[in-house]
Design a protein around this ligand. Sequence first.
Ligand code: NAP
Length: 299
Amino acid sequence: MNAAAPIRILLAGANGQLGLDLARRAAETDGVELHARGRDTLDITDAAAVQQAVEAVRPDWVINAAAYTAVDRAESEPEAAFAVNRDGAANLARAAATQGARMLQVSTDYVFDGELGRPYRPDDTPNPINVYGESKLAGERAVDAALGNHALILRTAWVYAAHGQNFLRSMLRLMAEREELGVIEDQIGTPTSTLGLAETVLAAVRQGLTGTHHWTDAGVASWYDFAVAIRDEAHALGMDTARCRIRPISWHEYPTAARRPANSRLDKSTLREQLARPGEPWRDALRSTLGRIPGASPA
Ligand SMILES: NC(=O)c1ccc[n+]([C@@H]2O[C@H](COP(=O)([O-])OP(=O)(O)OC[C@H]3O[C@@H](n4cnc5c(N)ncnc54)[C@H](OP(=O)(O)O)[C@@H]3O)[C@@H](O)[C@H]2O)c1
């Protein structure tokens, strides 16, 4: 590759939470030429379409931000989850291999069982406890099998954005409707804004990193802590959230189809060192994200 030439990227899943912010961030980043494809223009389960797209763009990197992310629904439709999360990822990786491209596969804390008493390191043994986690782990393995040292597996957790379906937007809606909400206190992780995540993805690609790495915003919270911070930060920005009481509950009191790990903390040290980025404190990132939601007006 010519040193002066931009890095050419094919992005799949461009209309998702992360995909949208990646495309926006890439447009503001020198030296990056991003070709964004949503599901409407590239269905990653269609191997021929994927091969065609990769041949047309001739990317240096493929970034896979497409995924089946309906964690509870995956329990009753595992074929659909595996079709996207394993087979779709494999299609992208095989096509990338035919062009000598590298690939960044976004993955998840849900590949782990959450039993460990410390943050998970990239080389800890995965042991998913739900179908979504199994399908994402199968995707990691498929990408690794097709690309080996041309693959970058980037696991993240608790992702939210100013757009799309996520805990932040659900909480804002519920807080405006209800006087009290019970929120889980005994699952911990790190809320992660797509703003910082998109920057990290682009930094990793520009630096040519490969291997398995973890990234979230900095710090630790329970879902309860996150909900309280959303209420208070949103209120400070003029939103109608202050009168909602938030009650800490156990995950036992909130049954869901899929089990979730109690500990979703990820050890980010490999990326922090290699990218020289400490990561933003999660509450600061929350404030920035809230500021992008219509209805927020800084006091
Ligand atoms: N959200 C989280 O808390 C979280 C946590 C850890 C890791 N991750 C990972 O982070 C990545 C980005 O997640 P996200 O939160 O941005 O998810 P998202 O908002 O659900 O976006 C996923 C995108 O993939 C698209 N998609 C689904 N099937 C597809 C297919 N067959 N072909 C092409 N596109 C397809 C979806 O389109 P439709 O909307 O049309 O289905 C959607 O636009 C994923 O790898 C996810 O597993 C997410």
